[in-house]
Design a protein around this ligand. Sequence first.
Ligand code: CTP
Length: 423
Amino acid sequence: MTTHKNTHNIKLELENARILSSRQLALLRKIASLSESLHIPAYLVGGFVRDYFLEKQVNDLDIVVEGDAIEFGESLVKKYGGKLTPHTKFRTAIWNLPSSFIIYPSSLDLITARNEIYKTPGALPTIKPSTIDDDLRRRDFTINAMAVRLDGDHFGELLDPLNGQDDLEKKLIRVLHSRSFIDDPTRIFRAVRYAVRYSFILHPSSFILVNPESFAVLKTLSGERIRHEFDLIFEEEKSVRMLAHLHELGVFDVFNPSLPKFNNKYSNLLDASAPAEFGFSANRITLGYLLWFMDSPADVVEFFSKRFDFTSELREAALAVAQLKNDLASLTDAKPSKWTMRLEKVPLISVYALWLASNQPALKDFLVNWRHVKTTITGDDLKARGIPTGPRYKEILFQLRSAWLDGDVKNDKEEEELLNTLL
Ligand code: CTP
């Protein structure tokens, strides 16, 4: 981190920032140049400034303009290309960068500096265009309420009206006002994410605001909003610790006391990537939910599938893994064909999750080999032999495949012989 103090301001030396690639820097220069020529002040805000000081990888670039972000975006597209996706309600836009920029991230958020008014606790706010100062004051935590100005001679100038830098140094997560968690209870999740991600703590004055009053509002949030927060947690490296933290704060009980804790035994499993021989990669978020609910009874899985608005795929995979886990003991000595018939009814990721948790070799055999086993003889061959079409086909092919799986047939000749005995 490099800062340079002059008499009035702190200037960040963005040119030398290790966390910015030269392409990202060039992009910021382009925005700065347009912003200067249009006389619309532009600022990098939020996560970028926080991560600049923490010297962490930049995940996204959020730009606030003191003017209309959609019009600003249209000017960017006109001058540099790319595509704009405007959201008129909030006067924000996503600028999808021209592919020639070859840059990560491939889009950036443009935001009209605004005031937010929360008419009802927990509901989305109504907004009013305003100054950068107001825009910083509507935010969640002091460490996220800093901005860096980009236009003209201001390039690199730090705005930190709420002393975010101090809190970063003290490793503190602190809300900006006492109604913050009531206005937007998803901030309780956000506080935990930042606290665990950076090994910070929630300032005592903010900690006491995680209380029955904000919980009452949290309880009213839609399943979709809550699941989004859990999704974000599962994208994080320290997701299991974040869940444990939320549990300790009493957040789980807000949804229902039957919401299980994440089983500590499974805490390292999320980080493992599926061995190449498995031939598929598991989505970390889905895997997170499966491990979380693996030991739960079906009615609990059903309840939270609804409460957290799981997609139908996620619901199905979570139910399947919980059920399969129950059936595991009865399958232990089963032949490969029996395993395969059972496992083929289950989403692959559920089999994988249970393999991670149980180390049952049959689950691995299924994922690597058994699921790919096919008969050489096909329905067409049966037809060519003059067997009348009907349910018999399925039966015969099933028996042939089982014989391959169980090692009773080892080559095409033996398969042919078996077929003859079946006819
Ligand atoms: N923000 C907020 N309240 C929220 C969500 C977001 O005040 N409920 C503000 C914060 O200032 C935050 C910025 O919007 O910094 C951008 O939000 P987001 O992209 O979710 O977070 P980042 O700061 O980019 O952090 P992360 O690394 O978690 O993505």
